[in-house]
Design a protein around this ligand. Structure first.
Ligand code: CA2
Length: 140
């Protein structure tokens, strides 16, 4: 079964600015990193990024219908979107929430997550390595 690694708004800009917060890895590198980790772990992954909330909702609905596990970095929608939270509640497989930065060291508006109440696990502040950690967890 495919594990969906879903990334929200602006993450396609990774590695282009704010390296002190997000590091220097580009989104293309991040996708390769996830695919390499998945290959090593014997997982099939679909790594995707969108700046369109409707597209993210459609991917979450498809994951729910398939019973698939999801690694989700919903980026800013994490803190703002009841719709993303509701779609996470529909998931039937496991959900691991990932954030590259430690959101709790940052502005208070980043301290609330609409995703976390529906997540089986949360990886925060481990940089892009958090995606590998999430996939390792799902592989056992
Ligand atoms: O730390 C994370 O992974 C975040 O989900 C990233 C989001 C932010 O809104 C969350 O609070 C925490 C932002 C993604 C934007 O990524 C950028 C990439 C390059 C340059 C600037 C932003």
């Amino acid at each position: 079964m495919t594990v969906y690694v879903l990334n929200g708004p602006n993450l396609n800009r990774l590695g282009t600015r704010e390296p002190e917060i997000y590091g220097t890895t580009t989104y293309a590198d991040l996708a390769l990193l996830c695919e390499a980790a998945a290959r090593r772990l014997g997982l099939d992954v679909a790594v995707r990024q969108t700046n369109a909330e409707a597209e993210m909702l459609a991917w979450l609905h498809a994951a729910a219908d398939a019973g698939a596990d999801v690694v989700l970095n919903a980026a800013a929608w994490t803190h703002t979107s009841i719709a993303i939270g509701d779609a996470c509640a529909m998931l039937t497989g496991r959900l691991i929430e990932v954030h590259i930065s430690n959101v709790y060291k940052r502005e208070s508006f980043r301290h609330h997550s609409y995703v976390s109440p529906h997540a089986d696990g949360v990886v925060i502040g481990c940089g892009v390595d958090g995606y590998r950690l999430a996939l390792e967890h799902l592989a056992v």
